[in-house]
Design a protein around this ligand. Sequence first.
Ligand SMILES: *[C@@H]1O[C@H](CO)[C@@H](O)[C@H](O)[C@H]1NC(C)=O
Ligand SMILES: *[C@@H]1O[C@H](CO)[C@@H](O)[C@H](O)[C@H]1NC(C)=O
Ligand SMILES: *[C@@H]1O[C@H](CO)[C@@H](O)[C@H](O)[C@H]1NC(C)=O
Length: 282
Amino acid sequence: MSATPRVSRTIGFICALAATSVADGGVSTCQEPDDQCSLQLSATAPLRVAIFMTTHWSTMHQEFMPCWETARQQLTLVRNADLILYTSGDVGSKDLEQLHFTNLIVKHYEPANYEEGAIQAVVDGFGSKGHQEKWFDRYDWVVRLNPDVLIMDDNWLLETMGNSSVDAIFVDCNGTMNSDFFVVRPQVIETNLADTCTDGSGDTIAGSAEKHLTCVVSTIISSGRYVWVKGGQNIGGCRVAGAESPVVHEHGFRKCCPNYLSAQANCSRVPVKHRHKHRHKA
Ligand SMILES: *[C@@H]1O[C@H](CO)[C@@H](O)[C@H](O)[C@H]1NC(C)=O
Ligand SMILES: *[C@@H]1O[C@H](CO)[C@@H](O)[C@H](O)[C@H]1NC(C)=O
Ligand SMILES: *[C@@H]1O[C@H](CO)[C@@H](O)[C@H](O)[C@H]1NC(C)=O
């Protein structure tokens, strides 16, 4: 466990318990605490998760990919997830192999601008196309993000995803749902709304993907079965940040790849006071 300083506190506790009970039970050795932990984990946290990553494969997004290899190594949420890469770019097999996801599914869409890509991902994934092609049938949860939205800490996210009263996790962006990062039980989204919501999809201004998503998840909003990302706030253009936020959309963090989770990387979570420094989305 030495390489996983960010493993959830809850899980650390479970592992400690598992190791203790092995000792108490008089089993001769406890040489492989990691195995005990993974056994215990699969019994207690069998969430099936897809990371649904959308990218136009810009140079900047590519620069973030080494961080995802680190995330897969160090964060339980990412390590146990399948990656569904939804891209308009020409992603090479070498790029993909480097990520080492056990299950990696690549889906292509026609090149579009940033906002259209974000909208298209929601329409295709959660609408009748995704429904018919069973994109998310085997998952309890879908984590929708772009490569430049990094998960800093998975404790709170995993804990919340384990809560049967919660169907979705959002970041508020000025009264709409931030589309760069959200987590949802896919079965709860109404296919029909994903197909028919046009709010925002004709707009060219920043924020149209947010309006669109807000329409698509309107039944979740009215059910009240969602929570806001703890500590998540926005810096210019609906990008999630915050000193305590478990996810951060900060373009400068690509300089910290691959080892963005180490203290030496100096990529601490951005306090929201930086809000006027970076206005651009994408
Ligand atoms: C689960 O989520 C609900 C709704 O947000 C909350 O009231 C409840 O305290 C949560 N349960 C646990 C065990 O965290
Ligand atoms: C937030 O919403 C209000 C009211 O809809 C609007 O006037 C304001 O410009 C918005 N602010 C940003 C940063 O988008
Ligand atoms: C992080 O900041 C410390 C102190 O300012 C500095 O010594 C170190 O070189 C920085 N590390 C990186 C990787 O930039």
